[in-house]
Design a protein around this ligand. Sequence first.
Ligand SMILES: C[S@@+](CC[C@H](N)C(=O)[O-])C[C@H]1O[C@@H](n2cnc3c(N)ncnc32)[C@H](O)[C@@H]1O
Length: 223
Amino acid sequence: MSESVSQRDAFLAGEGNNFFDRHVGTYDSDLSPLLEKPLDFYCRYLQPDHRVLEIGCSSGHNLNYLRTRAGCACFGVDPSEKAVRSGGDRFPNTHLSVGTAERLEFADGSFDFVLFGFCLYLIDRSLLSRVVAEADRVLKNRRFLGITDFDPPSPFVRPYKHHIGVNTYKMDYSRPFTVYPHYVLVEKLSFSHTSSAFADEKQERVSSVVLYKDLGAGYERAD
Ligand SMILES: C[S@@+](CC[C@H](N)C(=O)[O-])C[C@H]1O[C@@H](n2cnc3c(N)ncnc32)[C@H](O)[C@@H]1O
């Protein structure tokens, strides 16, 4: 099932705003326990002097939660101009900007923690390796990366029901990072898209992972 429409272009052109309009109620009030669970998991890796980036942040509800709990400085990028504007009004202590994951307007090594929350499953396959490279580029060495996404036992593709020609791709997104020996899986939480219990139904399975980047590790010396 090949892409006939660029997901990135569709989200920049209006699907990002449509997504925000469809979900604004979910993020309006306090976050549900289901949304808080992965964030509490990530908080254990955050310190008040950390700079955190969420890629695909919508209006910054996750970032606001992390900032409130961990005291870190929070930055976010999302293609929805409407979500970014709304988040700027609601959470003035977060720094949100319009953009997409394959081209981040930040310097190399500028973040202590980089987070993808249900973003990678949307990314065009033609851009996935660039997205991985960008997250790696902006993450400092010896720091952590968090990914919350659908996590079936084997990858599958399905049409994105809100936009003809766009697909969604569900797979274990720690793999494009841990293929490099200098990324290791530190912890993994496995739960369901609809409850905090483990999902028997494999298409409902979701996970949050924490990966550690250490450029000086993972390779045995053979001088
Ligand atoms: C399912 S929502 C998740 C929102 C939030 N991260 C969360 O965990 O609740 C996916 C978000 O990714 C954004 N997005 C879609 N395509 C993107 C891309 N190519 N680059 C960055 N963000 C993207 C969407 O606009 C949307 O806000």
